[in-house]
Design a protein around this ligand. Structure first.
Ligand code: NAD
Length: 309
């Protein structure tokens, strides 16, 4: 019987813990603060930003949103980031991507202070994740959430399992591979130039797909019993006649793959809700660190690994 991994329930568990710890921190006089910055009017980004700000408020955080016009200059955005870097009420800074073309995204990401980089995109945090320094890193939210879902199904010891990550982006594929490596999996990373992808995906005990191609992974690409984590979010026509209505699908052919997989995340309702929950977790951790208190852990299983190489 294939398990459908419920990301909504898992994310609610994380958020409940964040709320509890946020209330505990408040007793000591601390309130986690999250600043979300959006530049321009991209409708999808507006929706993401609104839900992040709303969730932050629900968690008891000090939540501020900066909505800047699409003609904002790079220097204006750097100035805002620097101001937030020095704001003691702010513990997490999130600049919603993509940014308009006149702004160098890399410069903005690197301008965010590493200790407030709750997205985990800054070189310092990327380096810590890559070298297994997970205890003091901010782990990017989507792979961090995917790891928690994997651990819910496979338990906390993933030692020796074959993991295949399809996609090598800096925000999902690469950090995902680093986390699985830190958990002692044997990791293969596949990407757009990989030959005979299906042969590689069939070796996976854990298959994570983060590509952005609707239903790329077919039923016979997956080993029986594998845990399949579908990160992809693709908007496709809902009806065969291609009329305007659309629906969301992942990078995995859910209907076919669920017949062979041991466990699989749905789209929507799988990895997506975890991403926002882990953003709250990272902001909470940042606030604990800022007041010098021992930061809570949301990634227990990975802590003690990478003790050797
Ligand atoms: P990206 O475009 O930056 O990277 C895509 C990767 O897929 C690249 O490494 C590329 O080499 C690889 N690729 C492309 N075509 C391929 C093919 N035919 N075979 C094998 N590999 C191929 O994308 P991203 O930012 O990593 O996002 C990937 C998907 O995950 C998107 O659908 C995105 O919307 C989704 N996403 C979801 C969440 C979430 O919260 N659930 C968060 C981030 C991204």
């Amino acid at each position: 019987m294939t398990e459908i991994i419920d990301g909504k329930v898992a994310s609610q568990d994380v958020v409940a813990e964040v709320k509890r710890l946020s209330a505990e921190l408040a007793v000591s006089g601390g309130t986690p603060g999250l600043a979300v910055v959006i530049v321009g009017e991209d409708p999808a980004s507006q929706v993401y930003v609104a839900s992040k700000s709303r969730m932050a408020s629900e968690c008891g955080f000090h939540s501020v949103q900066y909505s800047l016009s699409s003609d904002t200059s790079e220097n204006e955005l750097v100035d805002l980031v620097c101001k937030l870097n020095f704001d003691p009420q702010i513990h997490g800074i999130l600049v919603q991507l993509p940014l308009p073309s006149q702004i160098d995204t890399g410069r903005i990401i690197q301008a965010i202070a590493p200790e407030k980089d709750v997205d985990g995109f800054n070189f310092i945090n990327v380096g810590k994740v890559g070298t297994g320094e997970l205890g003091t890193a901010f782990i990017p939210c989507t792979p961090a959430g995917a790891m928690l879902l994997i651990e819910r199904v496979r338990g906390k010891d993933l030692t020796g399992l074959n993991a295949v990550v399809v996609g090598r982006s800096n925000i999902v594929g690469k950090p995902m591979a680093s986390l699985l490596l830190a958990a002692n999996c044997t990791v293969t990373i596949a990407h757009r130039h990989t030959r005979d992808l299906a042969t590689i995906t069939r070796t996976a005990d854990i298959l994570v797909v983060a590509v952005g191609k609707p239903e790329l992974v077919k039923g016979d690409w997956v080993k029986p019993g594998a845990t399949v984590i579908d990160v992809g979010i693709n908007r496709v026509p809902a009806l065969a006649d291609g009329t305007r209505r659309t629906t969301l699908v992942g990078d995995v052919d859910f209907g076919a793959v669920k017949r062979s997989a041991g466990a699989i995340t749905p789209v929507p309702g799988g990895v997506g809700p975890m991403t926002i929950a882990m953003l709250m977790a990272n902001t909470l951790v940042s606030a604990y660190r800022a007041v010098g208190m021992v930061a809570p852990r949301f990634d227990e299983a990975k802590r003690s690994h990478m003790d050797d190489n």
